[in-house]
Design a binder for this molecule. Structure first.
Ligand code: GLC
Length: 420
């Protein structure tokens, strides 16, 4: 197989703008995305530490006064994207969306600073980043878990990072679609509609967006009024892992984040209570409509990423993961292929994504080295066969979505270069 590290670096450099990196170099995503940037910064850390730190600094520059880091930052007022800054109409120092995304930034920062030697100036900047990330995590606890349950909610499918996953289908069916809805999708001008979310999904996304705008993005009102309020296992697992990582890196710089320790403890025990022993799975929960979300998604296995202190449960979940894609040549499909909601080519309803493979690989490194290695090798092989696409079919690795995709490139670099 060819080593594609040169190409990966070139993609990242080509997609880079002023201090941040686009998810891809076509017109599909002309802005900075939250979790994309976190993954991207890990890739940069192997060949340009300055770019890595800058990527996160630019992201955190968009932090709202209340602590939230938005899911999209519109540094350039590019109207070719929908929904753009004119639709959202919000942001503090940078125009942004009014919701967040899986908070994997602290985890990325930990990987970057523990694998590199930082100079004095970089250390100073990292300390500032840690303080701002603490504010971000506090925002989650305050506004996304106001009843202090230990688990945080997402209030829009876009916040999950897995936009049109079947995980959200039943919850979205309960939404009253805006009657006067009028908008024009721009993604279909540059991407194949067969591999993108449906218009009926977009109707829900925009109805929610309009609701949030009407509420002036007041975080208390968003939590209590949003027509979508879900405790997502994948999201909470990433949040817990990132909180643990934040605490660890704070210690490296003698920063005292004691209150975070207690919160981590609570989230950990609340997450464990979500374990369905009979079915051997962690299901997400629709808080608004009060039902468990019984869909076999790869993100249910992010629970392993959270590093729960329960070896027995972890072991059982790994056993289940090993059966998840038994018949497929390419792993991991976003939805289990034998489930009725599975669609081979449609975005988060079936295809293989590099970032979810990476999360699962990271989760297994300290739990099942042999299996972890297998996942890593298969992911590298898929990219080396097919290049850096946004997503792929699990049946035949057909390439889907955008080419020259930034996080696929960045995480490839991590997989081939990582030493711990
Ligand atoms: C889509 C994906 C999301 C990603 C964004 C930019 O919205 O669902 O996870 O962050 O595109 O790549």
């Amino acid at each position: 197989m060819k080593n594609l590290s040169k190409t990966a670096k070139k993609i990242l450099k080509t997609n880079r703008r002023k201090g941040y990196t686009l998810p891809t170099n076509n017109k599909l995503y002309p802005a900075q995305w939250n979790w994309d940037s976190a993954f991207i910064s890990i890739g940069y850390s192997y060949f340009n530490l300055e770019y890595a730190i800058k990527e996160l600094e630019t992201l955190i520059k968009g932090q709202w006064k209340n602590g939230m880091i938005p899911h999209i930052l519109f540094h350039e007022k590019d109207d070719s994207y929908f929904p753009n800054h004119k639709t959202w109409k919000c942001g503090n120092s940078v125009s942004s969306s009014g919701i967040t995304q899986p908070p994997i930034v602290a985890t990325a920062l930990k990987l970057i600073i523990t694998r590199n030697k930082l100079n004095k100036n970089q250390k100073k900047r990292v300390i500032l980043l840690i303080k701002k990330l603490k504010k971000y995590h506090d925002w989650f606890y305050k506004y996304r878990d106001p009843k202090n349950t230990g688990l945080v909610s997402i209030i829009h499918p876009w916040e999950s990072g897995l936009d049109n996953s079947p995980l959200w289908d039943s919850s979205l069916k309960k939404i009253k679609i805006d009657k006067k809805l009028s908008y024009k999708r721009r993604d279909l001008e540059v991407s194949n509609s067969k591999a993108r979310p449906l218009n009926s999904d977009y109707d829900c996304y925009i109805t929610l967006l309009n609701q949030f705008k009407k509420l002036n993005y007041n975080p208390n009102k968003l939590y209590s009024n949003s027509m979508f309020n879900v405790v997502d296992i994948g999201f909470n697992s990433i949040f817990l892992k990132a909180s643990k990582d934040l605490l660890e890196i704070a210690k490296l710089y003698n920063l005292n984040l004691k209150d975070l320790n207690k919160k981590i403890f609570k989230t950990e025990s609340s997450l464990l209570k979500m374990y369905n022993k009979k079915k051997n799975i962690f299901y997400s929960y629709d808080l608004k409509n009060k039902f468990f979300i019984n869909i076999p998604s790869i993100s249910n296995y992010f629970i392993l990423f959270a590093d729960l202190n329960d070896k027995k449960v972890n072991k059982k979940i790994i056993e289940s993961l090993k059966k998840y894609n038994q018949k497929e040549k390419y792993i991991f499909s976003s939805i289990k292929p034998d489930h009725k909601s599975f669609e081979e080519k449609r975005y988060w309803r079936g295809p293989v994504w590099i970032n979810t493979n990476w999360i699962i690989y990271q989760s297994l490194k300290n739990k099942d080295k042999v299996y972890a290695k297998k996942i890593k090798d298969k992911t590298i092989k898929l990219i080396e066969e097919k290049n850096f696409f946004e997503y792929y079919s699990c049946k035949n690795a057909e390439t889907l979505g955008a080419n020259n995709f930034s996080w696929s490139s960045a995480l490839y670099l991590d997989l081939i270069y990582e030493s711990n």
